[in-house]
Design a protein around this ligand. Structure first.
Ligand code: SF4
Length: 176
């Protein structure tokens, strides 16, 4: 029997990369999201965390406090009385943070768009990074949304992120 070939090529002792690459790799691999479901889309949000879909293999883990969360998922329509609550929770999340609008109601108000008490899109309340259409979106759609968010994080730089945060605070202040 032939013994396995062992390469005598020395392993590289120096690895060159950028600070952006290291930070982005860490950030995209540990997206902890806030357990914050405000309507029926939250049922899909729950199911995507069960064993059939196993979102944790992407490093996506639910957290029950905004202070430990990186991602806010708006899973449903935002009633006007929930605007302030949503913004307070968003502000309590540490930077960097991202927002996913899950479902037609979060994207645009959905079937409740003409209602007197419903906000016509989560981006009127908090800055949204990823939009997931559908009523309700399947768990696979939410998984795809997280993968798109990971792609977005990969393309960010620390410098741009600082500028974006400043812009975001101005945008939010307009609606408070
Ligand atoms: S998009 Fe559909 S499933 Fe989701 S909150 Fe709106 S009505 Fe409910």
């Amino acid at each position: 029997m032939t013994p396995p070939h062992i390469s005598d090529t020395p392993m590289p002792k120096v690895l060159l990369t950028t600070v952006d690459n290291v930070f982005n790799w860490a950030r995209k691999s540990s997206l902890w999201f806030l357990t914050f479901g405000i309507a029926c889309c939250a049922i899909e949000l729950i199911s995507v965390n069960m064993s059939r879909y196993d979102l944790e293999r992407f490093g996506v883990i639910p957290r029950a406090t905004p202070r430990q969360a990186d991602v806010m998922i708006i899973a449903g329509n935002i009633n006007k009385k929930m605007v302030e609550v949503t913004q307070v929770l968003y502000e309590q999340m540490a930077d960097p943070k991202w927002v996913i609008a899950m479902g037609a109601c979060a994207v645009s108000g959905g079937v409740f768009q003409e209602g007197y008490n419903v906000v016509k899109g989560a981006d009127k309340v908090v800055p949204v990074d990823i939009y997931i259409p559908g009523c309700h979106p399947r768990p696979e759609a939410l998984m795809h949304g997280f993968m798109k968010l990971q792609e977005k994080i990969e393309s960010e730089s620390l410098k741009d992120r600082r500028m974006t945060l400043a812009d975001r605070r101005i945008e939010i202040a307009k609606h408070v």
